[in-house]
Design a protein around this ligand. Structure first.
Ligand SMILES: [Cu+2]
Length: 463
């Protein structure tokens, strides 16, 4: 889908002058640029204002601005949007400028920022600038610091972006409904000095969650904890783009949590340090190495690592039900249950009935009909078969020799010969058995070694 932003980036700032400035200048509001393509857009290089190193919004984009009398002006439009959660599933959400989450806003420390917010929702809203230190009346809490923005109205927020760091924006009006519908966006205030903590690649995304019944399109907004779609930027695996990284790059990943539970984000193959929170940057002396960082509700974290290990490295929430998509999660465990007898009876009524779950839950290579507009629970194909993941899962792809601004999916990693787990095809040892006490052996049936538990009957039970 061609967006106005594609046009802008293709034509460049100079051509844009001829085509659009007259119209933009004639209007009192900056143009509300929209984007509906679900792919990750290339970083938005600043064409005016202070220089900075732009971020890459995973399956998202950054909002263009205009400079007017020393103010950096943005226009956010709160509106209903359709978001593709992953190929095969779309949801009716609320977002900003054509997408949920809304576009990332990137400014520089010290910028005077003016944001026009137009409400095209059927109910009032407001925008809270999470983590910003700003005048009280700009904090966006409807009722407390301002009247709510009624449908059809436009409000103006003005403040100086004082602190560099990682922030977000979301409504502070009918929050449970509006966040459950996808109202949120990322905000990055870059340091005034572009040489402060520079990185080669800087990825950002929000952790969010939806409850969309299979076969329906609109999230259930009253769900408190039992969401069925766990997403990065309103996308579920395999709809989440990989984080493509050049070997040797210093990489930053910033994530904010706008769900109602914590998410331990886990990265394989690389150690990282938590370098930032929504309160600011962590001094070097206070950082420690991790491969998992827990991001609590409402928090933001920036992690950094040097991509010294080429490969396809899984990056995911470590709550295993957050790496699954919709469908029933409350089914009984059938591992070890022989239900052949029941299956025979059911097959008389339902000829296609399939015995499932008696050997485990694996459904990665089963092809079952699913309702319209939902996703398989575990999905995604890798080069060696089904990945059996959904939800908050993606892959950090570290490759040698990429171009500086190359974020294209390089395909699957070709592991050097002799470096992949392999099947043992040699001799197998005799079946392992637990050590057997001589007196227990006599009681056991001949030939079958019985495990003996080390229990002292009548003895003193010590811990
Ligand atoms: Cu999680």
């Amino acid at each position: 889908m061609t967006s106005r932003r594609d046009f802008l980036s293709a034509s460049g700032a100079v051509l844009m002058g001829a085509a659009m400035v007259s119209r933009v200048q004639a209007a009192s509001l900056p143009e509300a640029v929209t984007q509906s393509d679900p792919a990750t857009m290339p970083p938005l290089l600043p064409s005016n204002g202070r220089p900075y190193n732009p971020v890459v919004t995973l399956n998202g984009w950054s909002l263009p601005w205009r400079m007017k009398n020393g103010w950096k002006e943005f226009h956010l439009v709160a509106e209903p949007v359709v978001r593709e959660i992953a190929p095969g599933m779309k949801a009716n959400l609320w977002g900003y400028n054509g997408q949920s989450p809304g576009p990332t806003i990137e400014v520089v420390e010290g910028d005077k920022v003016r944001i026009f917010v137009t409400n095209k929702l059927p109910e009032h809203t407001s925008v809270h600038w999470h983590g910003q230190i700003l005048p009280n009346g700009m904090d966006g809490v409807s009722g407390l610091t301002q009247p709510a923005i009624q449908p059809g109205k436009t409000f103006v927020y003005e403040f100086v972006a004082r602190h560099p760091g990682t922030f977000m924006y979301h409504p502070h009006a009918d929050e449970m409904a509006q966040m459950a519908m996808g109202m949120m966006g990322f905000w990055v205030t870059h340091p005034k000095n572009p040489g402060f903590m520079p990185v080669d690649r800087d990825f950002v995304f929000l952790l969010n969650a939806y409850d969309v019944e299979p076969g329906s399109y609109t999230p259930k907004i009253n769900t408190m904890l039992d969401f069925n779609l766990w997403t990065f930027n309103s996308r579920a695996f395999p709809g989440i783009d990989p984080l493509v990284v050049r070997k040797g790059d210093r990489v930053r990943i910033r994530a904010g949590n706008l769900t109602m539970t914590n998410h331990p984000l886990h990265l394989h193959g690389l150690n990282f340090e938590v370098t930032g929170t929504d309160g600011g940057w962590v001094p070097k002396s206070a950082r420690w190495p991790e491969v998992t960082t827990d991001i609590a509700v409402g928090q933001m974290r920036a992690i950094e690592f040097v991509a010294d290990a080429p490969g396809d490295w899984a990056f995911h929430c470590h709550k295993s039900h957050h790496t699954m998509n919709a469908m029933g999660h409350s089914v009984p465990t059938m591992i070890g249950v022989d239900h052949k007898g029941i299956a025979e009876k059911i097959t008389k009524l339902v000829p296609d009935y399939m015995v499932m779950g008696d050997k485990g839950g694996s459904m990665g290579d089963m092809e079952m009909p699913i309702p319209d507009n939902t996703l398989p629970m575990m999905t995604g194909q890798g080069q060696f078969g089904p990945i059996e993941m959904g939800g908050m899962f993606t892959v950090v792809k570290v490759r040698e020799g990429l171009a500086r601004n190359d974020y294209k999916d390089p395909g699957w990693y070709h592991q050097p010969p002799g470096t992949r787990a392999y099947e043992w095809t040699g001799e197998m040892p005799a079946a392992a058995s637990a050590p057997v006490k001589p007196d227990a052996t006599s009681a056991a049936p001949s030939g079958a070694a019985q495990p003996v538990f080390n229990i002292k009957r009548g003895g003193v039970h010590e811990h």
